[in-house]
Design a binder for this molecule. Structure first.
Ligand code: MG
Length: 410
């Protein structure tokens, strides 16, 4: 924004003579300051693409990553953040040498927490994967920031705690996950009491048409080949097992304060309808768009405004038909496990999530079969004690205990 030079006519009463002078008001920076956690992952890179589309709207003040310093380095040169965090300490020191004082470099898990706790920002973008997102998100909430969340695990493991803390500190929680962004958009301008149910759509992943028996022998390569979405490895495997939809169902429960009996999962292989809300009069509102994360990210960053962009448009005539099916809970056991974990409450979703994170890592490393993912989760839910109404400490302990247990399983 260019400063407006103002001319002011001042009449000095003593000299009784008009006197003209000019001054430049101090430049007021109206740009929203953004902290991106996980800037080199799929959501982080898309967030940066959105920000690039709106020069003058956003200023990136900090970026955090786990390990990919080669990708972070050009981001630092392009956006001049005040600070960056590298979770891997050694790589963080390596980056510090490379950028030669261009910005502050924090390292380690504590660095992530310190960034959320101390740095200057308006919008927190939680684009990291897994349980590690919880601690920094809690710090951002305590500061009453705008929390845009792609990291669904945070709400899965601590949904009640997180949403209560948001109310207490007046922090606004905005979804980035495409399904939840769709529901959020469908709910705009509606009375929450007139919602009958939420219809969460699922692509069904690469194994929608495979038999349960065939699922046992799928390869990592096959599981990583999602038909519609380009995403990171962990979420792509979660999509193949449909655990992703289970996690999203729990995420929806807390984001929208609606019990699981009123959240339906509907398989919709084209991923054009991103989710729907059905109202008490029988009307259904849906949000449609191409499977591209830039739209939900942009909506979260600019909410409540809608800003024009040049992204490709949805050509329904070209798409032709949209189809829908009931999910097969016997085949996709992870989805059933998620419903059961939410039903059990307490730390059950935390146990399920930790067991899933380790099981997915093991599958990606070729250590277990795809069909063993739900088996490991089931064993963890059976073995680890469920603590009701857990506090933050209990959730962290439960996550740790579950990981240690599942690491030993095969
Ligand atoms: Mg999603």
């Amino acid at each position: 924004m260019s400063p407006k030079v103002k001319q002011v006519l001042v009449y000095f009463t003593l000299i009784k003579k008009p006197f003209l002078f000019t001054f430049e008001p101090e430049l007021k920076n109206n740009m929203k300051k953004v902290l991106i956690l996980g800037s080199t992952g799929s959501i982080g890179i898309n967030t940066i693409n959105v920000i690039r589309n709106f020069p003058g709207e956003f200023e990136i003040t900090a970026l955090t990553i786990n390990t990919k310093i080669d990708l972070l380095e050009p981001q630092i040169h392009e956006f001049n953040p005040k600070a960056v965090v590298v979770k891997d300490e050694k790589l963080g020191r390596e980056l510090e040498r490379r950028i030669n004082g261009k910005c502050e470099v924090l390292v380690g898990e504590q660095g992530l927490i310190d960034a959320a706790k101390n740095l200057d920002y308006d919008i927190f973008v939680g684009a990291m994967v897994g349980f590690c997102g919880l601690a920094p998100t809690l710090e951002a909430i305590k500061r009453g920031k705008i929390i845009t969340l792609a990291n669904k695990e945070t709400l899965v493991v601590a949904g009640e705690l997180v949403t209560n803390l948001c109310k207490k500190h007046n922090a606004k929680l905005l979804p980035i996950d495409s399904e939840h962004s769709a529901i959020f958009q469908c709910l705009e301008g509606e009375d929450k009491n007139s919602v009958e149910k939420i219809i969460l759509t699922a692509s069904g992943g690469p194994f929608l048409n495979k038999s349960k028996e065939a699922l046992a022998n799928v390869t990592v390569q096959e599981a990583l080949h999602h038909p519609n979405w380009e995403m990171g490895n962990k979420i792509t495997i979660d999509s193949a097992s449909m655990m992703n939809k289970g996690l999203e169902m729990i995420e929806a429960r807390w984001l929208f304060g609606i019990e699981k009996e009123r959240i339906d999962v509907l398989v919709h292989p084209q991923s054009i309808i991103h989710s729907m809300v059905q109202y008490v009069d029988g009307s259904i509102k849906a949000q449609l768009g191409l499977p591209d994360m830039k739209l939900p990210i942009q909506y979260a960053l600019t909410y409540p405004a809608r800003l024009a962009n040049n992204n490709p448009r949805t050509d329904l005539a070209k798409i032709g038909s949209l189809t829908f099916f009931q999910p097969d809970m016997e085949k996709f056991e992870c989805l059933k496990l998620a419903y059961n974990a939410l039903d059990a409450g307490g730390t059950a979703p935390c146990i399920m999530n930790a067991a899933n994170e380790i099981a997915v890592e093991k599958f990606l490393k070729g250590m277990i079969k795809f069909s063993n993912i739900p088996k490991l989760i089931y064993k963890a839910l059976e073995k680890i004690e469920n603590h009701k109404a857990p506090d933050v400490y209990t959730i962290f302990e439960c996550d740790k205990e579950t990981r240690e247990f599942v690491l030993k399983l095969s």
